[in-house]
Design a protein around this ligand. Structure first.
Ligand SMILES: [Zn+2]
Length: 195
C-alpha cells in the first residue's frame, strides 16, 4: 500500500527524494534566468514511488522582489487556492514554496528561514535554485517538534536549450508578477545613514 502525501510529509524516510518533472524544471529555470531579481512561487506535490515526492506543477505568484529578497503578495495564496478549486485540483497538495537566488548560489538565508516558518503548521517542502541551475530542497515540519529533513533532488537535469518563445513568455510573466521590492538604504553601497 502506498503512503499518502500527508504521511510522507509528516513522517518522511531518512533521505526522501524530491523528483522534479522535466517540464516543471524547465519552467523554473526560465523564470529564474530572465531576471536579476529573486522570484518565488508555490507548487503542487504528489507521492512518487515508495516514499518520495514529485513536484508536478509550479506557479509564479504576484510578489515583490530584488536581487537579495522575495516576498509573496499576502493575497496571492488565497487567490491560488481559489484557482486550484476551480480546476478541481486539491489545495492540500500545495505544499511547495520555491524561490530563485539571483547571482548567489542556493543556500538558506535568515529571511528564507523566516518565510518557511510562515507556512507552519503544515509540513512544507522548500526549493531554492539559482541561474546556474543549482538547487537545494528541504522538508520542514512542526509537530511533534520542529524538524528539517534534507531532500535529494532528482530530475533537475541541465537545460541548455530554452527556446526564444520560452524565454519571451517567462520574461512577460515575471514582468507582470514581480514588483520591485525597495532595498533599504543601509544595504546600498556608498550611502550614509541619515534621517
Ligand atoms: Zn533565499
Amino acid at each position: 500500500m502506498t503512503r499518502s502525501l500527508d504521511d510522507r510529509l509528516d513522517e518522511p524516510v531518512e533521505q526522501p527524494h524530491l523528483v522534479i518533472d522535466p517540464a516543471v524544471w524547465r519552467q523554473l529555470i526560465a523564470w529564474a534566468k530572465v531576471t536579476d531579481s529573486e522570484v518565488s512561487g508555490m507548487g503542487l506535490l504528489e507521492p512518487d514511488g515508495q516514499d518520495d515526492l514529485r513536484l508536478t506543477r509550479v506557479y509564479l505568484l504576484p510578489q515583490l522582489g530584488n536581487a537579495i529578497a522575495t516576498q509573496l503578495d499576502p493575497g496571492a495564496m488565497a487567490d491560488l487556492m481559489g484557482l486550484l478549486l476551480d480546476e478541481d485540483l486539491d489545495p492540500g497538495a500545495l505544499r511547495v514554496w520555491w524561490h530563485s537566488h539571483g547571482r548567489e548560489a542556493p543556500f538558506w538565508s535568515g529571511q528564507d528561514e523566516h518565510t518557511i516558518d510562515t507556512f507552519a503548521p503544515p509540513a512544507m517542502v522548500s526549493l531554492v535554485i539559482d541561474h546556474r541551475q543549482r538547487r537545494l530542497a528541504r522538508l520542514d515540519r512542526y509537530a511533534p517538534m520542529r524538524l528539517t529533513t534534507w531532500l535529494t533532488v532528482d530530475g533537475a537535469d541541465p537545460i541548455e536549450d530554452l527556446t526564444e518563445a520560452e524565454v519571451d513568455a517567462a520574461r512577460a510573466q515575471v514582468r507582470e508578477a514581480v514588483g520591485v521590492l525597495a532595498v533599504e538604504d543601509r544595504l546600498r553601497p556608498g550611502m550614509s545613514d541619515h534621517t
